[in-house]
Design a protein around this ligand. Sequence first.
Ligand code: TXA
Ligand code: MG
Length: 315
Amino acid sequence: AAMMQETQVLTPTDAGIATAAALLQAGALVAIPTETVYGLGADARNGTAVAQIYAAKGRPSFNPLIIHLASAEDARRYVQWSDTAEVLASAFWPGPLTLVLPLAQGHGLSSLVTAGLDTVAIRIPAHPAAQRVLARFGGPVAAPSANPSGRISPTTAAHVLAGLGGKIAAVLDDGPCSVGVESTIVGLAGPAPVLLRAGGLPQEAIEAALGAPLSADDGTAISAPGQLASHYAPQAMVRLNATAAQAGELLLGFGAMECDLNLSATADLVEAAANLFDHLHKLDATGQPIAVASIPDYGLGRAINDRLRRAAAPR
Ligand code: TXA
Ligand code: MG
């Protein structure tokens, strides 16, 4: 996963667009330009591909990611649409606005994209090259900003290469981003629309379209779900650093060991990250307490441990 590779620089010709789409289809990471910032794209249905995003960025925790689609019509198969969503989508999509909506049944997205939430963030970028890649790929692309964690967001392909060159399959170079700050995020999963992140689309424009003020982010669950201690809270008790299951427990393993479910029998942290939320959900559904093997605390292991600590935190 974190293996060094030659990062191809693609140009927005028909061949370049086709290569970008084919790499995404194959589960590889491709940085794509949008009007806000360059995004680090992966197939949002492919848990292993999404896990590579966290590995390449060195991101220490699993924050939920925005999925990018070619058109507003495509959004409806992933989320429960609403009248307010329709108002904002027809006013501002495609463009620098992200909407958070309740997930639809059978959405097919990796649980790493939603960080185990029952909502998902959707964006329809206006950038022509992004539009062409998304249309050609034909599926949802998860994409945070294409920079190493904690560093400045990239607005040129050179920024992307400086931060992530050698760690991603390709970058599609179409010059500088026109907006240069991330999209504005509006939450539509609660009783009233909430401004979750200020960004490239001014709040005033959104309020004018709604004919009402946006609620302020009240700092609870939805704004920064990854940061809340008990955000991912299984019903069951969770015990960390287990070497064996005690009476009544189910063991979530890592590496070669006898256990009920294994995050990665070959001790591959990328595979473990891709499996984490799904395995926890499966074990939690039994109602039995869960013991979890210790996970190495480097690379994606840091993000896995961050999430496991939250799962085990007193609540
Ligand atoms: O402009 C942009 O939005 C760029 C380009 C590449 O599209 N993307 C971007 O992604 O900024 P990222 O990963 O930096 O922003 C994702 C943020 C999360 O940190 C979280 O605040 C919010 O979106 N978010 C995502 N899913 C959410 C959800 N289900 N509920 C609440 N907030 C969510
Ligand atoms: Mg970012």
